[in-house]
Design a binder for this molecule. Sequence first.
Ligand code: BV8
Ligand code: ZN
Length: 254
Amino acid sequence: MRTEPTPDPAVVDLLRAATKVTVMTGAGMSAESGVPTFRDAQTGLWEEFDAASLATPEAWEDDPEMVWPWYLWRARMVRGVEPNAGHLALAELARHKDVRLVTQNVDDLHERAGSDVLAHLHGSLLAFRCTDCGAPAPEPELPEEPTSRAMPPVCAECGGYVRPGVVWFGESLALEPFEAAERAHEDADIVLVIGTSGVVFPAAALPITSRGLGIPVVEINPDETELSDLVQHAWRTTAAAGLPLLVEAATRPV
Ligand code: BV8
Ligand code: ZN
């Protein structure tokens, strides 16, 4: 496990030699943009709620007026922040390597940094659809201030409640992106796992598959995670500090 601020030369060599680079990112990727990670205590109005208990179909069924403003506020936050140096470094890496970017994040910061995202495993905060018929719905007006209760809009087609386009706990992931993510973890030359606690399945199973195939897995995270024991290289740094150094070292002309 490496704690130096500079990348491990062995990791630089692996990335330099790689062609197919699979990247799996989690909420820590967006932390330095100012988006709280999923496990950070909820702030403000939702302080007493655990995010995982709000991000469920049961919470939505039970009290959509309480869940809806939480998503509106999170979407408003994402609209108000910028990609960080880590997002930009991954977009730069894709100018040199075949990068297959898989994210658990529901923000659009990778796209805004210029990356093509192979799979948004948990959907998107900025996509909206009808709870009942699935018809896509336009992005609602995002409030300047958080509110504790608000009625969701209703579907123009069937009158059902409009919901956020995220995958809730207990809901299945969309098959096509997950299968693309699986393939990307099976044929990579190297896998970078950035800013995820490795707690949520089946996403967390993907780097475990890579490791089982003998593919080098590199964790970039300031803290220990559920995946730390299985990765070959763990670099205790942040996305915005570490990725620019790693990408520059691995792509600079020799
Ligand atoms: C499924 C969208 C089943 C919503 C998210 C009981 C009942 C039902 C299911 C289960 C169950 N028990 C277990 C399960 C499976 C469950 C699961 O894994 N639960 C966990 C809690 C144990 N999974 C599911 O339910 C999935 N579906 O299994 O379906 C099924 C199967 C077949 C048929 C029918 C059904 C669905 C999971 C998707 C949940 N939705 N998000 C929303 O956002 O509101 S997941 C949510 O957690 C976010 O998307 C987030 O990305 C994700 C994972 O968290 P992380 O990204 O890792 O973020 P976290 O905060 O945890 O960690 C941040 C990390 O960053 C830390 O390590 C930190 O050190 C690091 N960090 C901090 N700062 C930085 C940094 N790193 C770098 N730089 C920094 N600056
Ligand atoms: Zn509908």
